[in-house]
Design a protein around this ligand. Sequence first.
Ligand SMILES: [Mn+2]
Length: 328
Amino acid sequence: MPLTSHFDVCNGDADGLCAIVQWRLHQPQAARLVTGLKRDIELLQHVQAQPGDEVLVCDVSMRRNRPALLRLLAQGVHVRYFDHHEPGEAVDHPLLDAHVNTSSDVCTSLLVNRHLAGLYSAWALVGVYGDNLTAVADALAVRTGLSVEDRQRLQRLGESINYNAYGDSVRDVHLAPERLYEILIRYRNPLDLVQNEPIALELDALRQDDVARAAALKPYWQDARGRAYLLSDEPWCRRVVGVLANMLAASRPQCAHAILQPSSAGSMRVSVRAPLDSLGGAATLCRQFGGDGRAGAAGIDHLPASDMDRFIAAFSVARWAEPSAVHP
Ligand SMILES: [Mn+2]
């Protein structure tokens, strides 16, 4: 009888890593970890398993991993799946044990925590804070009797681990998520990690430094309805762009925001956020330039640098109407 191989597959953000950490503390098992940065979703295709092998998947969309999932199941591989992203068409297979819940008040770490009846709830909290479900995390922290100080330590750790997953490639981040996992899994309680490992402080300091630099940026273009920012081609810009978009939106809810950053030669990547006060129109604008997205947040992967002014002109006259106002 051949030996069973184990694979752990997860998003490299706090929610994904903390889901696997909880599971492996509960069920210690040598497993090959397949992870990546935040943007790396289609991870299951990298698993080369044999019939009878076991795969644990956490925090990556089933819809995006569907072909690889179907292939593994058809090969006779057992798959246990925890996730909170929209799964697409349901997959029903005797070898699949799926725990997918898309409610806005859950994340993958929380689903694993429930499954394990709260066995490693401090680790779950790190994931929940990392996924920005602050109110949900605070409530769980209170229920489990954590002090305010410990709650803040877990929040800072979650946000730092999460931030470490932002970048275009592992060259942009402080520590590859699979290396970070090796440190996390040494601790049954993340508060001991915060106490003992310099990495928690390092990640936090790096994040604070990026955020301070981002806060000092001046708009490339602005009027009363919108602001556009042009980032440079540097690792800190590739790490901070998501956080910057949230910072800008929160600081001026009546304004739309566009962030442009150089990607490949002669081409820009653009992310657009509609004003928080009227979440609509972002996808409509981006589609004019070959992009796509949702009404409130959308993007363009490849905007020729020569089209930048044409984009700013379209951005300045865009209609930021709520979708219900456009389609009554
Ligand atoms: Mn998540």
